[in-house]
Structures are given as C-alpha cells and as structure tokens.
Ligand binder design. Structure first.
Ligand code: AMP
Length: 114
C-alpha cells in the first residue's frame, strides 16, 4: 500500500480540515492559500496524480467532479460566475500531484491567466 497523498489525508480527515462537501467519490475543501475570496478544491478519493493520467474508465468520475464543482459554487453563492481550473504538470504550475479542480470566485477574474 503506497503512502497517502496530502489530499487523501485531508479527505480521510487524517489532517483536520473543514470538508464543505463529501461523497463516496470525492470531497471539497478550502484552499489553504486562497487566490480569490472563495477558493475551493474538488478532489477525487482515487489519487489520480493529474488530469493527464485520466483513462477512459475515469470519464464518469471526472464528470462527477465537475458537477460537484458547480454544486459547491452554487452553495457558496457564486451567482456572478466563477472559474474552474485544473493545473497539469510543471508548465501547468501543478504543485500537488493528486488531481483537483480549483473553484475560484468572489471577484472578477482576469484573462489571460499568468
Ligand atoms: P496546484 O498548484 O494546482 O497543484 O494546487 C494545489 C493547491 O493546493 C494550491 O492552491 C495550494 O494552496 C493548495 N494546498 C496545499 N496544501 C494544502 C492544504 N493542506 N490544505 C488546503 N489546500 C492546500
């Protein structure tokens, strides 16, 4: 059994954190270093390292993650819109190798991203 990832430890509550949402496939919690007034992470329980590791069998799971991202955004009252982000690998500035969707909202976003 390989060691748990940081985000597995959070989802399993080995590291205390407020889970704003959880089910048998995923959970959502607040980013420790928020980049906007609302900044949540939606994380699958399966420790896929990144979106590039997605296989055909993950299509339903990834769809579920996006649905939950919209659900937590709605619960957070992000009625004026929000941004969903997945960083992949070194050039994508991914820092935690466990797939996650960032839900960023509460302020107007700029474009293009840095
Ligand atoms: P990324 O750079 O896309 O891999 O995003 C990783 C995110 O995880 C960053 O926004 C971090 O601030 C966040 N993060 C790292 N450690 C924790 C933690 N213990 N609890 C919540 N968020 C974290």
């Amino acid at each position: 059994m390989s060691e748990k990832t940081l985000f597995q430890k959070i989802l399993d509550q080995d590291i205390p954190s407020e889970l704003v949402y959880q089910d048998d496939q995923c959970g959502a919690f607040r980013d420790i270093n928020p980049q906007s007034p609302t900044h949540l992470l939606v994380v699958p329980r399966e420790p896929l390292p990144g979106i590039a590791d997605m296989e055909e069998r993950h299509e339903t799971l990834i769809g579920h993650l996006f649905r939950i991202a919209t659900e937590v955004a709605r619960r957070e009252g992000l009625d004026h819109g929000y941004r969903l982000v997945i960083n992949q690998g070194e050039h994508g500035q991914q820092t935690v190798p466990h797939l996650h969707i960032h839900v960023l909202g509460g302020r107007p976003m700029s474009w293009p991203p840095g």
